[in-house]
Ligand binder design. Structure first.
Ligand SMILES: NC(=O)c1ccc[n+]([C@@H]2O[C@H](COP(=O)([O-])OP(=O)(O)OC[C@H]3O[C@@H](n4cnc5c(N)ncnc54)[C@H](OP(=O)(O)O)[C@@H]3O)[C@@H](O)[C@H]2O)c1
Length: 251
């Protein structure tokens, strides 16, 4: 018996990294999965590969090109998933970006884009699934923040603010949707090996590694495993929590 049989999940940013590992982990546990990605043909091959892997596991899969920062687009995606897959039980707000720079050099566009994708993107999808989850009196929402939203990080004013916002948003939504049997939690990863961290300089990576008590970066599958647990029946008394997964980087 798999953990997520008869469940339907939607993951934002599922073509790469943590999102991709999450799509595959949910499908491995029996869920049908839809995922979004930004697209513009940048990671089309990767998205197709994820769809192929999910179908190879015997589950249904939908890949949808859509920018999470669009309010109406999020509503369209949720409607599309409901029509094609016949329901929705799990939302993972994973899509996120960085545009790093010290605050005195940060452009308005770098601030706005990061807030729009990382914070407004979560709101857009929570807003879009709320009527569905309220009506069916069941649902699980996982938002991906970062330890840098809890502790701050030099050069990441926009990113840290967006992720701190995700934590406040999550706690509020947990209070608002709890009475409808909807669990809402945040995962705050530390350094995970993905394209996002690959772009960092060797110096930044080395400095991060020195902070991590386990002495290594995590893998996307580490985060995906935690997500599977949190949305499974085993964890349905957990809501409004912020769970760090960082090898002890921020203790
Ligand atoms: N990696 C880490 O160490 C780390 C640490 C803490 C928190 N996080 C958080 O974990 C999440 C995933 O990070 P990652 O490292 O896996 O990132 P990643 O490898 O860069 O993948 C990002 C994913 O998000 C999608 N995406 C980007 N902008 C989007 C938009 N506007 N609309 C829709 N989709 C969009 C990308 O789609 P395309 O393929 O089409 O570009 C891709 O699927 C992010 O929220 C990040 O902030 C990561």
């Amino acid at each position: 018996m798999t953990l997520l049989e008869k469940r339907i999940a939607l993951v934002t940013g599922g073509s790469l990294g943590i999102g991709k590992a999450t799509v595959l982990a949910l499908a491995s546990e029996g869920a049908d999965v839809a995922f979004t990605y930004l697209g513009f043909r940048k990671h089309q091959a990767e998205a197709n590969e994820v769809v192929g892997s999910v179908k190879g596991l015997g589950r249904r899969c939908l890949a949808i090109e859509s920018d999470v920062s669009g309010f109406k687009e999020a509503e369209d995606v949720v409607r599309h998933v409901m029509a094609e897959l016949g329901g929705l039980h799990i939302l993972v707000n994973n899509a996120g970006i960085t545009r790093d720079g010290v605050v005195w050099k940060m452009e308005e566009e770098e601030w706005d884009t990061v807030i729009d994708v990382n914070l407004k993107g979560c709101f857009n999808y929570i807003r879009a699934v709320s009527p569905v989850f309220r009506q069916q009196k069941h649902g699980n929402i996982i938002n991906i923040a970062s330890i840098n939203g809890m502790r701050g990080k030099f050069g990441q004013a926009n990113y840290a603010a967006s992720k701190a916002g995700v934590i406040g948003l999550t706690k509020t939504i947990a209070k608002e949707l709890g009475r409808y049997n909807v669990n809402v939690n945040v995962i705050a990863p530390g350094m995970i090996e993905t394209d996002m961290t690959e772009q960092l300089t060797d110096e930044v990576k080395q400095q991060a590694r020195s902070e991590i008590v386990l002495g290594r970066f995590g893998k996307p599958e580490d985060v995906a495993g935690l997500i599977v647990y949190l949305v499974s029946e085993k964890a349905q008394f957990i809501t409004g929590e912020v769970i760090k997964i960082d090898g002890g980087q921020y203790i």
